[in-house]
Design a protein around this ligand. Sequence first.
Ligand code: A3P
Length: 316
Amino acid sequence: MATEKSVMVPDTRVLLDLKNSKGHGFYCFKYDELYLYALRPSMLKGSNNKDKIKSIKEAELKDDDIIICAYPKCGTHWLWEVIEMVKSGTIQYQKDVKETRMMEFIFKDGIEAVAPPRVFNTHLPLRMLPTQVVERKVKCIQIMRNPKDACVSFFNHCRDMEKPYGYDGDFAEFTEAFLSGKMPFGSYSTYLLAWKAEVAASPELPVLNLFYEDMKFDPVKTVKDIAKFLSLTSTDQFCEEVALACSFKKMKTVDEEMKVELPIKLWKDGTKGTFYRKGEIGDWKNWFTVAENEKFDQIWNEQMKDSGFEFTYAPV
Ligand code: A3P
């Protein structure tokens, strides 16, 4: 079981060591009860991780901003491209990668510097977002995914990434971290329960809750739901075109051929690191043993009991 102790990591920062007894896991810092990965000092330009995250709360927003809220690996890239198209009324891919609009990556100054119209995204809980989200009633769209596919997707992501992820444990070990929350962004169950409670405490906040699996089964309906939520008039034909343009295959190709990459190395050498891995419902069946699946169900069901969340685990 991972314990929480501070260590000096190789580039001279003091972080919490969340590694397990085999020495596999993550170094994180903790802010407002949430574990987060620490950016390198070179990316923080003289500030530190906690102050940068804290700064997000003070960011000035605009009334027509939109924020995608999601636990990692639940379909943020997909949803971001869809919303940008619906909002602009054109079938045009964003040249930038969605990380350029990720609140915990660009912080207050970066948020305020984005030119409108703006679609941000974040894995942070509502309590850590700009106070103006609630004050200005900024539209929030939450996308959720079944926890087993999210876990598999997050494992591949963490394993293939450069540090600060650069996960070195196996899938079973990762599943333990995913369920216990001893990792960046904490556990998915904690995220969902916090989301539900924090949204309930702000009943005026306009929120659309979506599911990855619904978007997969009927992408056109999801595009229409988004247009309606944003009070936009979109023809059936346009919604169909958006759904098609944002299919997994199209987005993977666009990512490989036309996106402006970030000026940092994301993926470890020798991996096939990508944000567009498989894009399927039910891949978890290729990863969990029967015993691991039973254990996952037991822990997950206990954590989520009486929460009211229901997930789809297989394609129809
Ligand atoms: P897999 O790893 O299961 O393939 P996020 O954008 O939140 O990081 O989520 C990434 C997950 O969404 C990955 O899941 C990725 O393949 C999937 N994804 C990305 N674009 C998609 C699309 N257009 N359709 C379906 N799934 C998509």
